[in-house]
Design a protein around this ligand. Structure first.
Ligand code: KG4
Ligand code: ZN
Length: 340
């Protein structure tokens, strides 16, 4: 159901669900006029992961500046805007609240409608910054907090058909990186190291039940840790690059195979790779190889729209705009929000 027929609306989008304070101005869910991301990686690095309290404090310090910068770069003022879009959840509650309250305050002060956005819908809708959707479509969402196969029946109509039963793919990457002594966030480091290694270590792949699109990465992560631990006890040297390559091969095989199977079973016309782990070189190559010879169109957003950013929230905000799904002043940050 379409409420708004203007497809060129101007939205200021805000994202603060984890450790990036981000704001963007997006026109019609397609055109990015600005995309500002303040990463907190340096502050969390020494703790080996995101510290929620520190994340909230940084968001509080930065949010107004980042919103102003996004508007200045886009050369727009509040009077040019048609609304605001903000990540409602899932994420860290203290972090989400900063973005939600900043968006509510701006929307109230400037009498603008407020569009709530689900973070995963944001990752998925990053694809529309590249090209228009062809439905039915399938999205493989792989990030630090999520690993999901999502079917798209139409505009903003999501059905989760598979999800991780334990660790998210990015989480497994970060934990394996830590075991290998690599700094946080480890995903990109393992990716780089894997390029130099050989897949010569036998590691398990959890296929689960035959008809399941669910994933499990904790067994693989434990197998990597055990392999390194046992070698150390025996005084044997294992090449870290080979561990990275073998781990990455196992992750990619199950992700690509299940995506391929779902794409065939549901007869989709488009497949989208989304989320921070979509920046992985090996995964991008494997997805391209899996879909080049098929009729299915593969979309992989550019790197900057894969990791957390607000342009993707503006793209997903457009879907909410079209449907007229506004939020009231009671809008809150919801850490365990279900996909909409
Ligand atoms: O989507 P994202 O920025 O944040 C969440 O919503 O979680 O994803 C961050 C995750 C981290 O776990 C990070 O290690 C992983 O994405 N990541 C990668 C790569 N780049 C980022 N994992 C594997 N290979 C990469 N090149
Ligand atoms: Zn994310």
């Amino acid at each position: 159901m379409t409420i708004n027929s203007n497809e060129n609306e101007l939205l200021l989008a805000i994202e603060t669900s984890c450790d990036e304070t981000a704001a963007a101005v997006v026109q019609g869910g397609r055109k990015v006029l600005s995309n500002v991301v303040a990463s907190q990686i340096q502050s969390h690095k020494r703790f080996g992961g995101v510290v929620p309290e520190i994340a909230s404090r940084h968001h509080t310090e930065n949010i107004t500046l980042i919103m102003e910068q996004a508007m200045a770069e886009a050369e727009v003022t509040f009077s040019d805007l048609d609304g605001l879009a903000v990540t409602e959840g899932p994420g860290l509650v203290g972090a989400l609240l900063i973005g939600v309250n900043a968006a509510k305050a701006a929307a109230f002060a400037h009498q603008l409608p407020l569009y709530p956005v689900h973070h995963i819908a944001g990752h998925i809708q990053a694809a529309r910054l590249e090209r228009e959707w062809k439905y039915p479509a399938l999205a493989l969402v792989v990030s630090g907090g999520h690993t999901e196969l999502v079917l798209l029946h139409g505009e903003g109509e999501y059905e989760v058909i598979g999800r991780t039963r334990d660790d998210a793919a990015g989480e497994a990457y970060d934990k394996v990186a830590r075991t290998l002594g690599l700094p946080y966030p480890g995903g990109p480091q393992v990716d780089k190291l894997a390029e130099e290694g050989t897949e010569d270590i036998a590691l398990p792949i959890a296929w689960l039940e035959e008809d399941s699109y669910d994933f499990s990465f904790s067994g693989l992560k434990s197998a990597v840790m055990n392999t390194l631990h046992n070698a150390k006890q025996r005084g044997e040297h294992i090449e870290p690059a080979n561990v990275a390559a073998s781990f990455q091969a196992s992750v990619i095989e199950v992700l690509v195979e299940k995506t391929k199977r779902a794409a065939e079973n549901y007869q989709v016309r488009q497949v989208v790779l989304a989320g921070g782990v979509a920046a992985n070189q090996g995964l991008r190559r494997a997805m391209e190889k899996a879909f080049t010879a098929s009729d299915v169109e593969l979309t992989i957003p550019p790197f900057t729209y894969c990791t957390d950013n607000a342009a993707m929230i503006g793209a997903a905000g457009h879907v909410q705009w079209l449907k007229g799904n506004t939020a009231g002043w009671e809008l809150n940050g919801v850490p365990g929000l279900a996909l909409y």
